[in-house]
Design a protein around this ligand. Structure first.
Ligand code: NAI
Ligand code: BGC
Length: 261
């Protein structure tokens, strides 16, 4: 646990399931107050609130599309109306779908870019505006991926969105560093969440994925949540602009693991 997180107020986008839900629960264990954002899964968001409250934190749910200005504004408003302030904003919401690039429609491209990259811009802009105007040394965490670095055939829109998150993250970290505002990204590898449920239910695909993970296990959402708590806390007070990979070694050129090449 990180004692300085107690009573801090956070927005976590896309926290009705998966990594976002786990981050929100971990923040609850840190006795924080959390705005739990959902897009379609209201019951999932209510479950997240239960988990937070059981852990000793406070929480409310807010329906919002992170790809709209009114959506992200409603998340900020909820933090202020319910908990009086904002300290931490986690841009976690993200989507993916497999489609060959020559068959990808403009609509498919835009959908992924809108949520994964424009959503990160809108969330960050909203939090930064509040931090600057209220002189808050706030904290932003952006959910990237190993695919900000590793190309991913069949997912060019997704890889492009995460590559965009990487440089956006680094740029705003530099832009606001002298105000004491910290901005960092997390780059998960293969994590056991609903986004991967179908893939990991298939034995062959699970085996193929594990071959790309030197530690030979799929990550748990809690592994990512622990990184988010550390980045949100003062224990990382001299860290800004990084991507912290939580990937069991996936970014380490796994094909070299057993001396091939
Ligand atoms: P998930 O599918 O379990 O959860 C995604 C969340 O985003 C859901 O709560 C969904 O409702 C929300 N969301 C989608 N569109 C939204 C919108 N327009 N507005 C608000 N919320 C919206 O996926 P998972 O795995 O928890 O992913 C979370 C983040 O982590 C994503 O950004 C994803 O790209 C990233 N990531 C996940 C990895 C994994 O292996 N699971 C690995 C690397 C990155
Ligand atoms: C994707 C997962 C994938 C992982 C490793 C993540 O960005 O969301 O579906 O398993 O990268 O390839």
């Amino acid at each position: 646990m990180f004692n300085d997180l107690k009573n801090k107020v956070a927005v976590v986008t896309g926290s009705s399931k998966g990594i976002g839900q786990s981050i929100a629960e971990r923040f609850g264990q840190e006795k924080m107050s959390i705005v739990v954002n959902y897009y379609s899964d209201r019951l999932g968001a209510e479950k997240t609130v239960e988990l937070i409250k059981a852990a000793g934190g406070r929480a409310v749910t807010v329906h919002a599309d992170v790809n709209t200005e009114s959506g992200v504004q409603s998340l900020l408003k909820s933090a202020i109306d319910n908990f009086g302030k904002l300290d931490i904003w986690v841009n976690n919401a993200g989507i993916e779908n497999r489609v060959a690039t020559h068959e990808m429609t403009l609509e498919e491209w835009q959908k992924v870019i809108n949520v994964n990259l424009t959503g990160v811009f809108l969330g960050s802009k909203t939090a930064l505006d509040y931090f600057v105007k209220n002189n808050v040394q706030g904290n932003i965490i952006n959910m990237s991926s190993v695919h900000e670095q590793i190309p991913w055939p069949g997912f060019s829109h997704y890889a492009a969105s995460k590559g965009g998150v990487k440089l956006f993250n680094e740029t705003i970290a530099m832009e606001y560093a002298d105000k004491g505002i910290r901005v960092n990204a997390i780059g998960p590898g293969a994590i056991n969440t609903p986004i991967n449920a179908e893939k990991f239910a298939d034995k062959e695909q699970l085996k193929d994925t594990l071959e790309m993970v030197p530690m030979k296990r799929i990550g748990d959402p809690e592994d990512v949540a622990a990184a988010a708590a550390w980045l949100a806390s003062n224990q990382s007070s001299y860290v800004t602009g990084i991507t912290l990979f939580i990937d069991g070694g996936m970014t380490l050129y796994p094909s070299f693991q057993y001396g091939k090449g």
